[in-house]
Ligand binder design. Structure first.
Ligand code: SF4
Length: 881
């Protein structure tokens, strides 16, 4: 049976067709009818079927680690929230929610907190990813209204990607851009990013500006447009306000190109090219993402970009506009319902009119009257004891917030911590007093909204496992126990959606951007069949609107868009002698958030199996660091250990560390623990892209790895570095440390079991140990340790773990620590779809002379499915041919 649903990862919001056989086997493919992806998928979406197991799921409610029934758990949550509210008021309560929630879940959470518990301390992890875009749109356009749509990617003549590694973070949009450029080579792409990322693979121009100088670049562009007389004076005069002040604030020298280039650390030729292309190209689309948002002046960066679009009138028409790409699958849905603490509901603010309107609509018993605390401030309030009860839903703030170890201390001291999640063991669930098992992707029903305002259905295709329940059901049950049964008498996601749509249309009459009046009366069948649709969908309409602001009217009181004067800024904490490096954090290609889903796929994990720090090769050499070795990073807030990855794309003085590794997956590799908690004063978004750190080599006394068919608990091991990696049918543990037993043979038997055949080799002089345990001829575990840094291929040993029995040659090879005739594949996994590693690609390039992606695709399949690896294959061709 085929179910049409939506990918749960990024904000592209790709449609999927999931086929579940009567035997329960799952296969999936891109939905050719979904307008976001038109059948395409990236490596993460294509591997979703590998992440559906129940191995790590939370399946039953728990109180203090003991399984309880739902009634007991729900009573305890309701009693706790009631008691603390009665004693300390609604300001002592908080919800911390997530862009992983469906809109219907989000709606109920917001209604319960702001309408009935009477507080406004509900904020979302979307605060960490795109709050600056929300604030920037609101300042300029009068509403959190994304003007553009994905079709503009194909219609634009110039696409500017700012702070966006779309090739890895929005891969299907990147695929669309690549296809558009192949069809129309005259389409130009400019990438503005301190790093040369895989997105630059198809760029005509890369501007590797100094970190944090984007406002300088776009202010310079504004002044250039004015000097070159390329402003749209008609549009400025009739549809905007504040232009003169914005131009005056765009302080540049006599020559905007030379001055901008000097201040951004860029060559003049590149800046001049960009300015001239921008000035001359009417259909210009600016795509921006976390590299713009995650700064202490992210909102100003957004407005600097919007300013140049308003100055040229390039908004509301095909192929142009300032277009924010959201990180999470339902960041937009959260914004729509009021999941941000500073929004009331349905894009309404905390003004008297909206408060009165929402109170009447909800028949709210006690409506919050003022905005609540934004994410970082909210957890600060937990730490200070002002918030005494917190309910965290579908997110892992102990990993993802800045100064993350302080968040752990805050939660440790909190009177009541409730966590609803789908995973049993996360850093955050480890501190929960009450755990509530939530339904996961594939089990729950509802809607999500992608970056282009398109609402799509997520549909269930699996039964609810154990006692897992949808988040809206859990919230409604607690609300009923608190005495608000009538207001939360929901029987389905469809009922909630109708109410959400009706609120958006309530006393709207076109005055508010977010309006789903045309969907407010969908019956259950209509909701089930709902096709992807872009809001607004006002009453009388069902088809939605591709672009906003075509009529030049905006949602400000005057109806005009507002320029925002942008002063010069710099990061909150500059580098200094003690911390001379700039730490930038972000995603890698095949992982998502804190690994709770992608960590379960061996295929996805193979691309970047371990925490890493990217550094320019010349700087690495100067620091005594080498590829695959270890580095230690310190900031004022924490410490991190990671493998070194050399990258010529890394800007000198800058380091890049992925955000994905939690304490559940690795020891000392949580980048959030290093990040400074500097905030944008307007949006409250933290400065994830700029933390001053120190860097030095870490040379452990020993290092090694362990493969085991069974998962192991190694928490007691004295290893500074410990990383868990999912292999194909086994678990892999990477280890390194300064302390250790020395008696590895004993150590291995204690942890891996005494019984069966043991093959051992020990070389005390070199600190070398090789040990393998076989049961009935099958390799079930092995440990390799060295006092140096040479270790055998993990892929070779992984293939032996999957072998039903070892030959004599295999046994000998195990003891020697080297494969025999059969050469195992080594190097990073480049193509996740066809399991092709870097070494195999390099051999094909050098030995077979395959020097185009097409030739490689024909020979090895690599790059021919989702295409996510094409930039890396192209990089290997360039380096090896
Ligand atoms: Fe999912 Fe990839 Fe599409 Fe994002 S681009 S929604 S991760 S398939």
């Amino acid at each position: 049976m085929i179910t049409r649903t939506t990918c749960p990862y990024c904000g592209v919001g790709c449609g999927l067709e999931v086929d579940r056989s009567p035997e329960g086997e799952i296969s999936l493919r891109g939905d050719t009818a979904h307008p976001a992806n038109l059948g395409r998928l990236c490596s993460k979406g294509a591997a979703l079927g590998e992440t559906l197991g129940l191995e790590e799921r939370l399946l039953y409610p728990e109180i203090q680690g003991r399984r309880v029934d739902w009634d007991t758990a729900l009573d305890r949550v309701a009693d706790g929230f009631r008691r603390i509210r009665d004693q300390h008021g609604p300001g002592a309560l908080a919800f911390y929610v997530s862009g992983q929630l469906l809109t219907e879940d989000y709606y109920v959470a917001n209604k319960l907190m702001k309408g009935f518990l009477g507080g406004a301390n509900i904020d979302t992890n979307s605060r960490l990813c795109m709050a600056s875009s929300v604030a920037g749109y609101k300042r300029a356009l009068g509403a959190d209204a994304v003007p553009c749509c994905y079709a503009d990617l194909e219609l634009a003549d110039l696409v500017v990607l700012i702070g966006s590694n779309a090739a890895w973070c929005h891969p299907v949009l990147f695929q669309r851009l690549r296809a558009a450029k192949e069809a129309r080579p005259e389409l130009r792409l400019v990438v503005v990013d301190p790093r040369r990322t895989p997105t630059c693979d198809i760029a005509d121009l890369h501007l590797p500006l100094a970190p944090g100088t984007d406002t300088t670049l776009f202010n310079g562009l504004l002044r250039y447009l004015a000097q070159a007389q390329r402003l749209n004076t008609q549009f400025i005069a009739h549809h905007t306000q504040g232009f003169d002040a914005a131009l005056a604030a765009a302080t540049q020298g006599v020559d905007p190109i030379a001055d901008t280039a000097r201040r951004c650390g860029l060559p003049e030729a590149g800046v001049g090219q960009f300015f001239r292309w921008f000035a001359a190209t009417e259909r210009t689309l600016s795509l921006f993402s976390q590299g713009v948002n995650q700064w202490s002046f992210g909102t100003d960066k957004v407005n600097a970009i919007i300013n140049v679009h308003l100055a040229t009138g390039r908004i509301g028409r095909p192929g142009m506009g300032p277009f924010s790409l959201t990180g999470q699958p339902n960041a937009m849905g959260g914004r729509e319902v009021g999941g941000l603490a500073n929004q009331l509901a349905a894009h309404m603010e905390f003004d008297a009119t909206a408060l009165d309107r929402v109170q009447r609509f909800w028949q709210a018993e006690r409506l919050a009257s003022a905005p609540g605390l934004k994410a970082v401030d909210l957890f600060n309030a937990v730490g200070e004891g002002r918030i005494k009860a917190i309910w965290i839903m579908a997110t892992n703030p102990l990993v993802s917030l800045p100064d993350a170890d302080r968040v752990r201390e805050a939660l440790r001291g909190c009177e009541l911590v409730v966590v609803s999640d789908v995973v049993r063991h996360t850093d955050t669930t480890s501190l929960a007093h009450i755990l509530l098992p939530a339904a996961a992707w594939g089990e729950k029903d509802g809607t999500v909204t992608n970056s282009e305002r398109r609402i799509s259905r997520q549909r269930a295709f699996l039964p609810l496992p154990g006692e897992a329940r949808p988040d809206w059901w859990i919230l409604s049950q607690v609300a009923r126990r608190l005495g608000w049964g009538e207001a939360f008498a929901y029987g389905s996601a469809a009922e909630i959606f109708r109410e959400h749509a009706a609120l958006s249309a309530f006393e709207n009459e076109g005055r508010r951007d977010f309006d789903l009046g045309g969907l407010a009366e969908l019956d259950d069948q209509g909701y089930d069949r709902l096709e992807p649709v872009q809001w607004p969908v006002p009453k009388g309409s069902s088809s939605g609107l591709e672009r906003l602001f075509a009529d030049g009217r905006f949602f400000t009181p005057s109806g005009r868009a507002g320029f925002v004067p942008i002063p010069d800024q710099s990061p909150a904490n500059p580098t200094n002698q003690a911390y001379p490096w700039v730490l930038n954090s972000g995603r890698v290609r095949d992982h998502w958030h804190t690994l709770t889903r992608t960590g379960m796929s061996a295929r996805l994990g193979a691309h970047s199996p371990e925490p890493l720090v990217e550094i320019h090769p010349l700087e690495a050499a100067a620091q005594g660091l080498k590829e695959g070795g270890f580095a230690r990073l310190d900031s004022d807030y924490g410490t991190l250990l990671a493998r070194v990855r050399l990258s010529e794309g890394q800007r000198p003085g800058s380091l890049f560390v992925p955000m994905h590794w939690s304490e559940t997956w690795a020891r000392s590799a949580k980048v959030g623990a290093l990040i400074n908690p500097a905030l944008d004063p307007v949006s409250g978004q933290p400065e994830f892209k700029h933390t001053p750190v120190s860097l030095r080599p870490w040379s452990p006394r020993w290092q090694g790895f362990l493969l085991s068919l069974e998962p192991l608990d190694l928490t007691a091991i004295e290893a500074g570095y410990l990383v868990r990696v999912r292999g194909e049918g086994f678990w892999r543990y990477e280890l390194a440390g300064d302390k250790g037993s020395g008696d590895w043979s004993r150590w291995a038997r204690d942890r891996l079991g005494e019984t069966g055949d043991w093959l051992d080799y020990l070389d005390p002089a070199q600190g070398r140990y090789r040990g393998a345990r076989l049961l009935a001829g099958r390799l079930v575990a092995c440990l390799f340790v060295t006092g140096g840094d040479k270790l055998p291929s993990r892929d070779w040993l992984g293939s032996l773990m999957n072998s039903p029995g070892l030959s004599l040659k295999d046994r000998a090879a195990l003891l020697v620590g080297q494969p025999g005739e059969a050469q195992g594949e080594t190097g990073a996994r480049i193509c996740a779809c066809f399991n092709v590693n870097a070494d195999r690609l390099i051999r094909a390039i050098r030995e077979q002379g395959l020097v185009t992606t097409e030739a490689i695709g024909q020979a090895l399949g690599a790059g021919t499915n989702c295409g996510s690896c094409l930039p890396e294959i192209r990089g290997l061709i360039a380096a090896n041919s």
